[in-house]
Design a protein around this ligand. Structure first.
Ligand code: ARG
Ligand code: ZN
Length: 877
């Protein structure tokens, strides 16, 4: 029963307005829905009305005020069908009852810390009432919520507040909200509960005043200030950069403790995982602050890219997600350091999306088929989707890109649109053909570019030969060549870029070559000296690039490249090559290679006073174990990778000690904690130095770490020191962990960090520790944040212990998936996706991963979510 993109048909019935009357009750919430329907002129004539429903208890149904006879409709587990409706505009009144307290899937209406909240994307509205629950049915919603005033003094829904008051003669009260903007059901939301709030306001570009509110658990308002600040900056930025103005009188955000994902862009009422709202210097790290800023912006930006223009069907998910991730990345780049933001985004892409694209769960940015849409909220749809938008901008330039976006907002406001609609705007606004470019949405897998350079001293030419390939991926054995915008520079011996003139007399426009064929050569003329090619600058295309650059060339680029991303990347490439070679040497029992080139590159970076501290911090962090595993690609032995990576860190620590100590001391805090990018950058560098200094547990390094832990006045420093101790100082570990827990035991978001850290320790005792922690009072299988912190970190960020040679790590995660599936299938399926690279493991570990997957697959009564992941994971390669 997979759904196919090619089977899309417009809805047979449209809904113009929805009136909801929701009587909140902990176990029996009553929903009265009045839907104004009419036949869709583009649908099939004479169709029945088919509504979606899931775990609903139907109390009554009436058509134009008359109760429907039992023979006039049928219900199944997933639908309610009105069999022979009059083919004209009509009203359905439907009464359903749901149990929010029993809703452990956290989809539809559920309770979080006693408050009522909703999550409807992708298909949760059908768990509230019967409805054509698909994104191309857009309606105007009016929502009345009623509740015990005592239990739920705050009542919120989408749109603007209309009226509120007491329900006469009872202890109940109500509020009515109206959202004038037609929207699909997945953007519906309501909240009821005992919540505190902070308020502010924003005046839009055209002078309209918007009331802003952030609602949090009682007592937590002091932690919402940064989110409010980020919201106001987002609102201003979207006006200035994209011309997008807010369109309601109010904008509310609610933070809840139990949430499957990060956050949700419900119209005028964003609902957030509290992890992405609450922050104080004592409890949140700099990374938490940056995430909050980015996610507040992301959800706010959906108001135009997602809400005003929504998706025709769920295959088009990247239309809103890829574009909105691109927009939030650009916002953060403007608010902070652009190069450092780019580096961390590319790290995320390579760390999460590249492995997805290389394994059994690979799928195109726009999939063409799915069995469970919730499993497609992936790094490919989000992060690679954002890269595709970024490439459009690289191809078209600032102005051409903006012209395309303007046309998109203009042409499609109010529409449920497709990727084709989106691309047509850029093609039309720029008079170009994007047919081949569109393959980025259809072909999965990471393209590979092999580049070699040839300088001809006599002819004074420099030729680049480029070969592109795209490996086969599930369901796609053959591939067509892609359009790859390859930004580059030719760096001369003095470190400056040489002018780039192609032999056809044109300048390589904006420094970008267009690679469109399987093999292509570009010849530059008037190249008097041997250049070093700086390729794929700024990571202009999400490809795996190999070149004939020598280690010396890379050291040169690491010191001189005018492009900061490639300066960073050159050193990473040296480190990665070293680690791959060292892993092979280790497994063959040979001596490890020398890391001299990396020492030289990083030494230069550390001592370059012109560089941003945040940049240096990134440069100091060597590629992760999974980066190395991905590079090795098959017959992966995680223990060998771990050992050689540790050895490299120890070698860097020893070789760079004076420079690291100097940088550590120079970047000591100068005043009270502030979360701004410059202060965070200083902390990042100081902490990166400490992390390396203590690598391998040297006494002076650990002494520094202990002092750092003791003296920290903020969570960034305290947690970094704790993690240095936990990873490198088995003797100091338990005491530090216990002290940390005692201090923060009442703060679940901080306890999450404590859980995650312990799950990541690369030692054989970790599995028993993690197993033990599942019984700790602070842990709960019911809260997605706890599960992700403990079990998710173990499976996703502890390569050696998840992939233990005895298979016990795989078994533990498989058991956790089965344990969770009955409660929360979405969280279970996400956890199971940690097996996505299992085929690249060495034969023994590969066999144990396969056994664990098969054991999951064999369990009767699995959710569709888990069935989908496990069956794709096991699909023959
Ligand atoms: N649209 C949300 C976002 O901002 C994510 C919602 C995902 N929900 C789900 N059930 N998969 O990215
Ligand atoms: Zn989103």
């Amino acid at each position: 029963q997979p759904v196919r993109l090619s089977d899309y048909r417009p809805p047979d019935w449209l809904v113009d307005t929805v009136h909801l009357d929701v009587r909140l009750h902990p176990t029996a919430t009553r929903i009265l829905a009045r839907l104004a329907l009419r036949p869709n002129p583009e649908g099939r004539e004479g169709s029945p009305i088919v509504l979606d429903g899931d775990e609903l208890s139907l109390k009554s149904i009436a058509l134009d005020g008359t109760p429907l006879a039992g023979s006039a409709y049928v219900t199944t587990a997933g639908t309610l069908t009105v069999l022979a409706p009059p083919q004209r505009a009509l009203t359905l009144e439907i009464e359903t009852v749901v149990d929010p307290s029993a809703n452990t899937k956290l989809m539809g209406l559920y309770r979080s810390s006693g408050a009522y909240c909703t999550q409807c994307e992708a298909e949760g509205f059908r768990r509230i009432t019967y409805f054509p629950d698909r994104p191309d049915v857009l309606a105007v919603y009016t929502t009345r919520i009623e509740a015990e005033r005592e239990e739920a003094p705050v009542l919120l829904a989408n749109g603007n507040p209309v009226e509120s008051g007491a329900v006469e003669g009872t202890s109940r009260h109500y509020a009515i909200w109206h959202d004038p903007w037609p929207k699909p059901s997945y953007l519906f939301a309501l909240v009821g509960g005992r919540l505190d709030r902070i308020t502010d306001h924003f005046v839009t570009a055209t002078g309209k005043k918007v009331e802003l509110g952030i609602y949090v658990e009682p007592g937590k308002t002091e932690r919402a200030g940064y989110a409010m600040d980020a919201l106001k900056r987002s609102m201003r930025w979207d006006e200035e950069v994209f011309g997008c103005e807010y369109d309601l009188d109010v904008f509310n955000i609610v933070a809840v403790a139990d949430f499957n994902m990060g956050a949700m862009e419900n119209k005028g009422l964003n609902i957030f995982n509290d992890k992405y709202v609450l922050a104080s210097p004592e409890t949140a790290t700099d990374a938490d602050y940056a995430n909050i800023e980015g996610i507040i912006a992301h959800e706010y930006f959906h108001n135009w890219t997602g809400n005003r223009i929504t998706c025709r069907d769920w295959f088009q998910l990247c239309l809103k997600e890829g574009l909105t991730v691109f927009r939030d990345q650009e916002f953060s780049s403007d608010q902070r350091s652009r190069p450092v933001k780019r580096i961390s985004d590319v790290r995320l892409l390579k760390g999460h999306q590249f492995p997805e694209d290389a394994g059994p769960l690979a799928h195109p940015v726009r999939p063409s088929t799915y069995r469970e849409i919730n499993n497609f909220y992936t790094a490919t749809v989000y992060e690679k989707g954002a890269e595709v938008v970024r490439m459009l901008k690289t191809l078209l330039g600032e102005e051409g890109f903006r012209a395309g976006m303007d046309l998109y907002f203009d042409r499609h406001d109010g529409d449920a649109a497709t990727v084709e609609d989106f691309l047509a705007c850029f093609a039309d606004a720029n008079g170009i053909d994007l047919t081949q470019f569109a393959l980025w949405y259809a072909q999965s897998g990471t393209p590979h570019l092999a580049v070699s350079g040839h300088w001809d001293a006599q002819a004074r030419t420099y030729r680049l030969d480029v070969v592109q390939t795209l490996p086969p991926t599930p369901g796609q054995p053959e591939k067509q060549p892609m359009v790859i915008p390859l930004a580059l520079g030719l760096v001369g011996p003095d470190g400056n870029d040489l002018p780039m003139r192609l032999d056809d007399g044109t300048n390589a426009e904006r420094g970008v070559l267009l690679v469109t064929r399987p093999r292509q050569s570009f010849v530059f003329r008037d190249v008097a000296e041997r250049p070093v090619a700086s390729l794929n600058r700024g990571f202009s295309a999400p490809v795996k690039l190999t070149s004939d650059l020598t280690t010396q060339d890379l050291v040169f680029l690491a010191r001189h490249d005018a492009d900061p991303f490639n300066r960073f990347d050159a050193a990473q490439t040296i480190a990665l090559a070293h680690l791959v070679e060292a892993t092979a040497a280790r497994r063959a029992g040979r001596d490890l290679p020398s890391p001299a080139a990396l020492v030289e590159a990083l030494g230069a970076t550390l001592s370059d006073a012109t560089l941003d501290p945040a940049f240096i911090a990134q440069a100091l962090s060597v590629p992760s174990e999974s980066d190395v595993a991905r590079e090795i690609a098959d017959d992966v032995d995680p223990d060998a990778i771990h050992d050689v990576r540790q050895a490299l860190r120890r070698a860097l620590s020893a070789a760079l000690r004076p420079a690291l100590e100097g940088a550590y001391d120079r970047h000591a805090p100068t005043g009270a904690y502030a979360p701004d990018a410059a202060s965070a950058g200083r902390r990042a560098l100081r902490n990166a130095c400490l992390d390396l200094l203590a690598a391998g547990g040297t006494a002076p390094g650990l002494a520094r770490a202990l002092a750092h832990f003791r003296d920290a006045d903020n969570m960034t420093d305290r947690f970094l020191a704790l993690s240095v101790l936990a990873h490198n100082a088995p003797d100091a570990r338990e005491e530090a962990l216990a002290a940390f827990y005692e201090r923060f035991r009442d703060d679940p978001l901080v306890v999450d960090k404590w859980l995650a850290l312990q799950a990541q320790i690369a030692e054989p005792g970790t599995l028993e520790r993690v197993r033990g922690l599942t019984g700790h009072p602070a842990f709960s299988w019911g809260n997605p944040n706890r599960v992700r912190s403990l079990v998710g970190s173990f499976a996703g960020a502890n390569q050696t212990q998840f992939n233990r040679a005895d298979g016990a790590g795989h078994d533990f995660v498989a058991d956790a998936v089965l344990e969770l599936d009955g409660r929360n299938p979405q969280v279970a399926a996400r956890l199971l996706a940690a097996f996505k690279s299992w085929r690249s493991l060495e034969p023994g570990r590969r066999a144990s991963a396969e056994r664990a997957l098969r054991r999951v697959a064999a369990k009767p009564g699995l959710s569709p979510d888990v069935v989908d992941i496990v069956s794709r994971s096991l699909e023959p390669a």
